[in-house]
Ligand binder design. Structure first.
Ligand code: SAH
Length: 498
């Protein structure tokens, strides 16, 4: 079998990227080629940043690629020895034509595996609080395609059971009519759900008789799925998802991509529609000489002050490249904020003092228990960082060396994304700023006008000052000045601000 690749037919789940299976997740991370459909969450594609991504379409209106072409593509890449993932929305074997692709692979002698996914019906049930079966209501559930109502014998389905209609939006009026003619009670509860399990989920609830008109009035568009049955009546009581505190709120995160994970995840768990707009990324200094010099005399320093987790990482990266290592470190350690302290503690170093913020008052207050006269202090930090704090330490009699350990840059791709996000009819509800640099970079990219009508959340007083300096209003400020504090502030803010 040498040289022959393999195809994994993977169900990506209904929308919320967290609903992929553990196996699907693992297979995606190792993919070399991913052939994906329209319904697949783009977040899943980010799991394989180096994979070749091929869009195979599948919107009703634009069949980007005919089925036999997709099958041929899978065969071709597998023959080149590649690990190919065929990624589909929901489950590959529920209205997914996965069967046809497997047949083609079998004929071509290509090995494959199938990884199931959470099909739309199950995602919708869970994220609407509508159990598809229930002892008091029904023990039967049918999944039906509404694509072509003539193909279905409506005298056989939909009489008493829970009926889940995939692709049924455009034929809903006709289908509802046929179901009622076949004897289903027009008063049966029914709902249409669009983009289920995503923060953009929209649900319309009615009855078999009223739902078609309601859907039309609301101009609901695919992808949507309809559920008809007594169990839909339970939604009012059990609908946990749309009641999450940040459900439906569009929140922009401006941190670097590598740092958005925790903030984004916490907001996502609270129901928010999280959009990443990295306005900052990091790079080593253009001139590493000052840092190298400081590293060469590391044993001479009495104190090291790290102002950010990035500062720690880039300091270590440069130390690794030098002839020295951590054994040269004699200094006491000061870390600004708990995240910076954690980065040092991960090295099994003990942090002596953790001021909350990199402002003169906070730093001086925290350091005042120590004798600083005549001491040597090294601050490895970003080039743009404020220098009020070093001046305050010098006033206490210390010799302070500030060495550039990294610099911040503006990611190019974010300009177009910012235009799209803030120029659209549905503007974000919130934007978060976690440093003065994110504020300045954002304003350089999009301008202050973009933020009209958008609530602003700031990590702390320094960032807030920068915002106000540019004429912006800070709606909430984190306290403590951490990611957790920021999330709490947004929670409080969205409950009280309008
Ligand atoms: N294999 C997929 C179904 C593909 S057919 C699965 O198992 O879910 C496409 C139809 O699936 C859409 O027309 C819609 O009815 C349904 N669908 C898929 N994802 C959906 C979502 N997030 N919300 C609502 N309906 C969805």
């Amino acid at each position: 079998m040498s040289g022959l690749g393999k195809v994994y037919l993977v169900g990506g789940g209904p929308g919320d990227p967290d609903l992929i299976t553990v196996k699907g997740h693992a297979v995606l991370q190792q993919a070399e080629v991913i052939v994906y459909d329209n319904l697949v969450s783009r977040e899943l594609l980010a799991l394989a940043p180096d994979a070749l991504l091929i869009y195979a379409g599948k919107k009703k209106s634009d069949h980007a690629m005919p089925q036999d072409e997709i099958s041929a593509l899978l065969v071709q890449h597998a023959r080149e020895g590649k690990r190919v993932v065929r990624l589909k929305g929901g489950d590959p074997f529920i209205f997914g034509r996965g069967g046809e692709e497997m047949e083609a692979l079998t004929e071509a002698g290509i090995p494959y595996e199938v990884v199931p996914g959470v099909t739309a019906a199950l995602g919708i049930a869970a994220y609407n609080g509508v159990p598809l079966t229930h002892r008091d209501h029904t023990s039967v559930v049918s999944f039906v395609t509404g694509h072509n109502p003539d193909q279905i014998d409506w005298n056989k389905v939909g009489h008493a059971e829970t009926l889940v209609l995939y692709m049924g939006l455009s034929n809903l009026t006709e289908i509802a009519r046929r179901l009622i003619v076949a004897g289903r009670n027009p008063e049966t509860p029914a709902m249409a759900v669009r983009w289920a399990t995503r923060a953009t989920q929209t649900t319309i609830v009615g009855t078999l008789a009223t739902l078609p008109a309601l859907v039309e009035q609301a101009h609901m568009k695919p992808p949507a799925t309809i559920v008809i049955g007594e169990v839909v009546g339970l939604r009012e009581k059990l609908n946990w998802y749309e009641r999450l505190p940040l459900f439906g709120k569009k929140i922009v995160i401006t941190r670097a991509t590598s740092q958005t994970a925790t903030l984004g995840h916490k907001l996502h768990e609270l129901g928010a529609d999280v959009v990443e707009l990295p306005v900052i990324s990091f790079a080593p200094p253009l001139d590493p000489a000052p840092l190298d010099q400081a590293l060469a005399s590391l044993p001479a320093y009495d104190w090291l002050i790290f102002t950010s987790a990035n500062g720690v990482r880039y300091f270590l990266e440069r130390l690794d490249k030098s002839p020295h290592d951590l054994r040269d470190l004699r200094a006491k350690l000061c870390a600004i904020g708990p995240a910076t302290a954690r980065e040092l503690e991960a090295l099994h170093l003990k942090v002596d003092v953790v001021p909350e913020e990199y402002v003169a008052e906070s730093l001086v207050a925290a350091m005042s228990k120590f004798e600083l006269a005549g001491k040597r202090i090294l601050i490895p930090q970003a080039a743009v960082a404020r220098d009020v704090a070093p001046a305050a330490l010098r006033e206490l009699g210390a010799t302070v060396d500030v060495a550039e350990s990294y610099r911040t840059i503006v990611p190019r791709a974010s300009e177009a994304k910012a235009k799209e996000l803030f120029g659209s009819a549905r503007k974000p509800d919130w934007i978060t700023f976690t440093s003065s640099s994110t504020v300045k970079n954002f304003l350089a990219l999009a301008g202050a006008g973009a933020l009209e009508g958008v609530h602003i959340a700031s990590i702390g007083p320094v960032t807030s000052d920068t915002l106000r300096m540019h004429g912006l209003t800070v709606d909430v400020e984190a306290r403590p000045h951490t990611i957790e504090g920021l999330v709490d502030a947004i929670l409080l803010g969205s409950a009280t601000l309008h």
